[in-house]
Every structure is written in C-alpha cells, then in structure tokens.
Design a protein around this ligand. Structure first.
Ligand SMILES: Cc1ncc(COP(=O)(O)O)c(C=O)c1O
Length: 399
C-alpha cells in the first residue's frame, strides 16, 4: 500500500474530522517500506543497518523499523536507555558523542555494544573503563567537506567532531600501547547526501592516508547523512563498501536517520486567520516553525500537499508564534484557502519531534500513527500539565 495515498485518503475522507490539529501523522506503511528498502541495499552488500535515533525517537515508529535493524546509533544516555527499554528490540547500541558521560553510559552498556570515541582525550579518559563491555572505536574526521552549510558540516575547519587523520597516525601506536584495543573506525561527514561518489571519495581518501590502520581494526561505521532515495545510483556505495570489505576485511555499518523516517511524517495544520499585507495574501496556521525547527534553521520551504508552482491562489503560510520570521514560505493552490481548511506539510518525519519546542507556550502537535490497516491511532497528546512541569511546577501542586 502506498503511504501517500493512504494519508491523502485520511485527510480528505471522514477520518479528517477526528483529527485535531496541529497533528504529526506517521505512516506505518512508509516507515516499513523505507526500512525494507534500506535493508535490501544492506543485504545486497553485506552491510549492517543501524537506525540513528536522533532523527525520530518515538517508540511506535521505531518499533516499525526494528525488524529491519542490526542496532541503534545513539548519542546520549537518554537515547541509549530509550533504545534498550522502549524499542522492543534487544539490539546492540552504537554510541558516538562529543560528551561521553561514562557513569551514565556504564549503567546502560552491555556486552555486544559499541562505543566510538570522538577525541584522543575522550578515549584516554574512558576506554579502559568500558573495554570489558563494549567494542571500542575512534571517530575519524577525514576533513573532506561535502556540505556547503558549515553548521551541518562535520568536516568544517576547527571541527569538534572526530580525530584528524594526522592525529590518528601520530597517536596510533601509543594508544594501542596504552592497553585498550581499538577495534573500529567511524566517520560521518554528510547531510542529505544523494551522491555516493562522495562516499567513495571519502573512503578512498581514508584508505590512501591510513589503509594500514584499517587492516588492524575489525569494523568501520560509515555514519548517516545519505538519503538512499530509490532513484539514486548505488554503484559508488557498493564500490566503497567492497573496497573496505575486500581490501581490509572489515565489517561495515551504516547509521542513517533521515532516510528511514523523512517521508513517513506529515504535519497537519488548520488555517486560523487570513488577510492581505503589502499585496500578498497571508494564511496563518495553527502550527509554527516551533514544530519544525529545521525549516527555520535551514530556511527551506517544506512540501505542502496540493500546492504547486502554477497554483493561482498564492499565500504566505505563516506560523502562529510571535516571531516575525515564523514563516513556511509562499505556496500556490488551485482553490482559495479559507479559515478551517487543512494545510498538510509532507516529508517532515525527520528531526521534527526531536527538535520541536514550546516557544510562546504553543502546545506541541499530537502524534498519530496511521497503521498498516489504515487506522489512525492517537499515540501522544501533550497536556498543559506537562508544559507546567517542564517549567518548574511540580505535578502535585495546584496553580
Ligand atoms: C554521527 C552521526 N551518525 C548518523 C547521523 C544521522 O544522519 P542522517 O539523519 O542525516 O542520516 C548523524 C546526524 O547528525 C550523526 O551525527
């Protein structure tokens, strides 16, 4: 079943009436389809597939992905606990973070987990403590920039992410002599990547600079940052993987986030106000960039169902917070928008719930799962009490 059609049916049919907005609706079919697609690519290349929880940390959604996974990529003790306790899958954890909180992680780690240290200092401070439990890796920063926006470029100048290849070469012998064996290498260098030629170039660069060290470890994690869209060419992906497997006998992991969940998420909103301003029509929605912070951070215009470039009825879709720049962009529709109409943002399943916030005290959207059977299930509704608690009101005190 195609998730797009199901969601369109739900939004135009009877079920739309039961859907209070703003609402973030996940399509279970799309989640399962994405996981199956990634899983096939990995099966074809003997790569182990991890899911990076930072993109969407929501137990029902992760539960739909879990059967296709070989583990979870996590970057904090909360994410690690969540993966262990809430995801109904006893899968290994792969941890990479600029702040390794050893005391908290040690309580969570179990045999079979993986920890990748972000710096030589972090390795020296923590590796011996956890070497009994976890397989130890180092994050390498190949310093090959692939992302034009520096804020999202792990290879930017003065990057805090990973050990440079020079640093790795300089320290390798001493690190091994310190007594903790480094069994893996990790890198993550892209964001929304579509061109696996970039991955192949990165792998070739690492191979040329420190191939002899790749012979000394057992595994390599290629990170996330690629969309793995069905129309993309995977030739260079397979070439990069086989270089690592055949020349260095490495087990290969990938840990995408966006590729699993972006297309599964729809934010459903309602038009709450309409007026003209300086020659343009404004439609104010009951959602805001609070609910999709990446729209504001990246200044991109999210997809809106039913809108297109030639749509004669054009509106600036505005969020309902007090921020002047709380705007989604200008969109064209075939029919005019009226108060009460639905406006549905598509492809917003990634980095939405994990980044959204309560600016202006505007409540968060309710989360729904559209199940494989076409049932719309309310998964989470946020309450005033949760808002008050976050803001210092103890739950047993009446205000
Ligand atoms: C280390 C690491 N791995 C994986 C990911 C997931 O990336 P994406 O969601 O772009 O696939 C990220 C994203 O920031 C990351 O920092």
């Amino acid at each position: 079943m195609n998730g797009y059609h199901v969601i369109t049916d739900v939004l135009t049919g009877e079920a739309r009436l039961a859907l209070a907005t703003p609402a973030l609706v996940y399509s279970e079919c799309v989640l399962i389809e994405s996981a199956a697609r990634l899983s096939d690519i990995c099966a074809n290349s003997n790569v182990a597939l991890l899911y990076s929880l930072k993109a969407l940390c929501q137990s029902h959604a992760v539960g739909a992905l879990a059967p296709s996974l070989a583990g979870f990529s996590v970057c904090s003790p909360f994410e690690a606990r969540f993966a262990n306790e809430k995801c109904e899958a006893n899968l290994p954890l792969h941890i990479t973070t600029p702040h390794f909180d050893a005391a908290s992680f040690c309580e969570i780690l179990s045999e079979g987990d993986y920890v990748t240290f972000n710096s030589i200092m972090q390795f020296r401070q923590n590796a011996s403590q956890i070497a009994q439990e976890a397989s130890i890796g180092l994050r390498v920063n190949p310093a090959l920039s692939l992302v034009s926006d520096q804020r999202y470029d792990p290879c930017r100048q003065h990057s805090k992410l990973g050990v440079s290849i020079d640093e790795l070469l300089l320290n390798w012998k001493q690190l091994q002599a310190d007594g903790t064996t480094i069994t893996g290498i990790h890198f993550h260098t892209n964001c929304e990547g579509r061109d696996f030629g970039q991955l192949l170039r990165t792998v070739t660069h690492i191979d040329e600079r420190c191939g002899h060290l790749l012979d000394k470890v057992n595994w390599i994690n290629l990170g996330g940052g690629y969309l793995f869209a069905p129309e993309d060419s995977f030739t260079a992906f397979y070439a990069a993987v086989s270089l690592l497997q055949n020349h260095h006998n490495l087990s290969v992991f990938i840990e995408p986030g966006t590729a699993f969940v972006r297309e599964a998420g729809y934010l459903v909103s309602t038009v709450v106000d309409r007026f003209s301003r300086d020659g343009k029509e404004i439609a104010v929605l009951d959602t805001t960039v609070n609910h999709m912070p990446e729209v504001f951070e990246f200044q991109f215009e999210p997809d809106v169902l039913g809108s297109h470039e030639d749509g004669k009825h054009r509106y600036i879709l505005a969020g309902c917070s007090c921020l002047a720049g709380d705007l989604f962009g200008e969109y064209g529709f075939d029919a005019p928008l009226s108060i009460g109409d639905r406006v549905v943002f598509a492809n917003v399943g990634d980095y939405t719930t994990t980044k959204w916030h309560y600016f202006n005290g505007i409540n968060l959207p309710s989360i729904y799962m559209l199940t494989e059977d076409g049932e719309l299930v309310l998964v989470k509704e946020f309450t005033y009490e949760e808002f008050a608690e976050r803001n210092g009101v103890s739950s047993n005190v009446v205000i």
